[in-house]
Design a binder for this molecule. Structure first.
Ligand SMILES: C[S@@+](CC[C@H](N)C(=O)[O-])C[C@H]1O[C@@H](n2cnc3c(N)ncnc32)[C@H](O)[C@@H]1O
Length: 328
C-alpha cells in the first residue's frame, strides 16, 4: 500500500455482515482512514458513530464530519470505552494499524523507515523504546514468544539486552537490524525477521488484547436485539479471542450446555451465529492489497438476553505484562 491512503480490508464482506438498514445506527469502532464509515453512510441512510484512539485519524476525519453533518460523529476514544446514548444496530471493529500509521514513518510502527521506536497509537504514555530498554530479558523473551509467537524469542531478547548495555536502542532500523542479526537472517522467509517482534511490542504498548476484551464486552452491551457484531482481525491471537467470545456466548444454551437445563438467566445466549467459520479475503483482494493476507472476519447477531459479565483480558505474557504495569 502506498502512502496515498488506506485500502479498507474485507469492506464488502463487513458491510454485508452488518446488514445495514435505513434509519439504523452503527458504530465504527476503528475509524482509521474512514473507509468503513464512508461506505456505511453511502450504502444506507443511517447514523454512524465513529471512534479512533489516534489523534491523526481524528484530524483526517474532519472533512467527513463536515460533509456528513447530522449523520456522522467522530471522537477520539479507545473502543474499550465505547458507549452510545441509545442501543445500536451494529458495531464493527477493523483491528490493528492503518496504512497511514505504517506509512507515516515517524510513528515508528514500521521497519521500512527510520524513526524513533515509538508505536503509540495515542502518542502518549510509554513507547516501544521504553519496553525495549527497560524490560528484563525474561520479560522481553516472554513478550516476543507469546505476543509475537516467535520461537526465537530468547535469542532476540538476549541480543536486545546485550545491545542496550552499550547504548539505548532508540531507532526502528537499528532495532530491526539487531533482531535480524540475532536470528541469522532467516533466508527465504516471506516476512522480515523482525516482523513478529514489532507486532509483539505494538500489542504491549497499546494494550491491544486488553482493549479487544473490553471492546467486545462494550459492544455486547450497546447492541440492540438483532444488532450485528462484526470483527476483522489480523492475527491469530485476536481472531482466537473473537471466536471464543462469540461462540461461548452463542453456545450457552446450545451445544455447550444441553446437560445444564437450569442455567441462570444471565447465561442465556447473548449472540447467535449464522456462520461459524471465519471469512477470509478473496485471492483478488490479497493480490491488490497484501495487507489483507492475514485478515479474518467473524460476525454474530445479538439476542435479547442480558449481556454477560465482562470478558477478562487474557494474560498471555504475564511476566512482560507485570513488568510493563510497574513501569506505567
Ligand atoms: C485497520 S485501521 C481501520 C481502517 C478503517 N476501517 C478504514 O477503512 O479506513 C485500525 C484503526 O483502529 C485504531 N485503533 C486501534 N485500536 C484502537 C482502540 N483500542 N480504540 C480505538 N481505535 C483503535 C487505529 O488507530 C487505526 O486507526
Amino acid at each position: 500500500m502506498s502512502n496515498s491512503g488506506h485500502a479498507p480490508v474485507l469492506l464488502a464482506e463487513a458491510m454485508e455482515a452488518l446488514a445495514l438498514k435505513p434509519g439504523g445506527t452503527y458504530i465504527d469502532a476503528t475509524f482509521g482512514g474512514g473507509g468503513y464509515s464512508r461506505e456505511m453512510l453511502g450504502r444506507a441512510d443511517c447514523q454512524v458513530i465513529a471512534f479512533d484512539r489516534d489523534p491523526d485519524a481524528i484530524a483526517r476525519g474532519a472533512a467527513l464530519s463536515e460533509s456528513a453533518k447530522g449523520k456522522f460523529t467522530l471522537q477520539q476514544a479507545r473502543f474499550g470505552d465505547l458507549a452510545a446514548p441509545d442501543l445500536v444496530d451494529g458495531v464493527v471493529f477493523d483491528l490493528g494499524v492503518s496504512s497511514f500509521q505504517l506509512d507515516e514513518g515517524h510513528r515508528g510502527f514500521s521497519f521500512q523507515a527510520d524513526a524513533d521506536l515509538d508505536m503509540r497509537m495515542e502518542k502518549e504514555g510509554l513507547s516501544a523504546a521504553d519496553a525495549v530498554n527497560r524490560l528484563s530479558e525474561t520479560a522481553l523473551a516472554d513478550l516476543i514468544y507469546h505476543y509475537g509467537e516467535d520461537d526465537e524469542s530468547r535469542r532476540i531478547a538476549r541480543a536486545i539486552v546485550q545491545a542496550r548495555a552499550a547504548a539505548p536502542i532508540t531507532r526502528t532500523l537499528h532495532f530491526a537490524k539487531l533482531v535480524e542479526d540475532s536470528v541469522g537472517g532467516r533466508k527465504g522467509a516471506r516476512t522480515h525477521p523482525a516482523t513478529k517482534t514489532f507486532q509483539a511490542l505494538r500489542m504491549l504498548v497499546n494494550d491491544e488484547l486488553g482493549e479487544l476484551a473490553r471492546g467486545l464486552s462494550a459492544a455486547e452491551r450497546v447492541l440492540k436485539p438483532g444488532g450485528r457484531l462484526v470483527v476483522v482481525s489480523f492475527h491469530s491471537l485476536e481472531d482466537r479471542m473473537v471466536k471464543q467470545f462469540i461462540t461461548a456466548r452463542a453456545d450457552a444454551n446450545g451445544r455447550g450446555s444441553r446437560f445444564m437445563p437450569d442455567l441462570p438467566p444471565e447465561r442465556a445466549p447473548s449472540f447467535t451465529l449464522e456462520r461459524r467459520r471465519a471469512t477470509a479475503p478473496s485471492d483478488d483482494e490479497t493480490l491488490v492489497n497484501p495487507r489483507a493476507r492475514s485478515a479474518s472476519l467473524r460476525w454474530a447477531v445479538r439476542t435479547d438476553a442480558p449481556a454477560w459479565d465482562d470478558l477478562d483480558p487474557p494474560e498471555l505474557a504475564p511476566k512482560a505484562e507485570a513488568e510493563w504495569q510497574k513501569l506505567n
